[in-house]
Ligand binder design. Structure first.
Ligand code: SF4
Ligand code: SF4
Length: 228
């Protein structure tokens, strides 16, 4: 839940999902992975230098020996451990702060414990380059879908694919061309001011949450080509 422009609250489960999304979106981040491995795995993690490069080692159980893992496998393992072993909100805040490169603190909202993330985006100015509107790996949320349904916006809904996943969850994918069934190269609701390189959203009032909140952090902006 976003309280204002500066702070976002994540429950423990949402924090883990967001960390997994960060790993998935940006791929292996060795320096970060090694730092948070020390927090998440403690003595069950170590590194060594071989042929001039750093290598990670993990021990899955006390009675097992250390095994070498590549950075991608280490990322998956860290998410697995976070999902399997509950940790306190202070520990999760420390991990979030390193992953999202922004201050985070433990707290609660409506009785649920979690982490407050300071987005530090108060000075952000959008340059209207529309890069974000062309990077369409974004998913919409059930809330977006429900809003468009309540407004009778079949024009928007026709560009969203609702998929039932094996784990019972539903995924909403935007923007999928209703003619071809493929991801659109550019958002169908993107407009351009004639004679300028400036773009605007023709759906501004009801654009998906992911568009309203983009970019979440400076790291997110830097890694996704935002010019703001
Ligand atoms: S809905 Fe608007 S902000 Fe979102 S991708 Fe499309 S044009 Fe961009
Ligand atoms: S990529 Fe950044 S600067 Fe460009 S339109 Fe999106 S938010 Fe604005």
């Amino acid at each position: 839940m976003k309280l204002n422009d500066l702070q976002t609250f994540l429950t423990q489960a949402q924090a883990i999902d967001s960390i997994a999304a960060d790993f998935g979106q940006y791929g292996p981040q060795p320096d970060l992975f090694y730092k948070i491995s020390a927090l998440i795995l403690g003595n069950d993690f170590k590194t060594s230098i071989r042929n001039g490069s750093k290598r990670a080692w993990i021990r899955r159980n006390n009675d097992q020996s250390f095994e070498s893992v590549n950075d991608e496998a280490l990322g998956f393992y860290l998410i697995h451990v976070l999902e399997t072993f509950q940790r306190d909100a202070a520990g999760m805040a420390q991990i979030c702060s390193l992953v999202f490169e922004t201050p985070a603190r433990p707290g609660e909202l409506e009785g649920e414990s979690g982490v407050w993330i300071e987005n530090q985006m108060n000075g952000f100015v959008c340059k209207r380059c529309a890069n974000c509107c062309r990077r369409l790996e974004n998913a919409c949320t059930r809330e977006d879908w429900q809003l468009w349904e309540s407004l009778g916006r079949k024009d928007i809904l026709s560009w969203v694919k609702k998929e039932q996943l094996n784990n019972g969850k539903v995924r909403y994918r935007a923007w999928i061309d209703p003619q071809t069934g493929r991801s659109a190269e550019s958002c169908p609701f993107l407009g351009q001011k004639p004679g300028t390189g400036m773009f605007y959203c023709t759906n501004h009032a009801v654009k998906p949450m992911v568009c309203r909140e983009y970019p979440y952090t400076k790291k997110h902006a830097r890694n996704t080509g935002c010019k703001g």
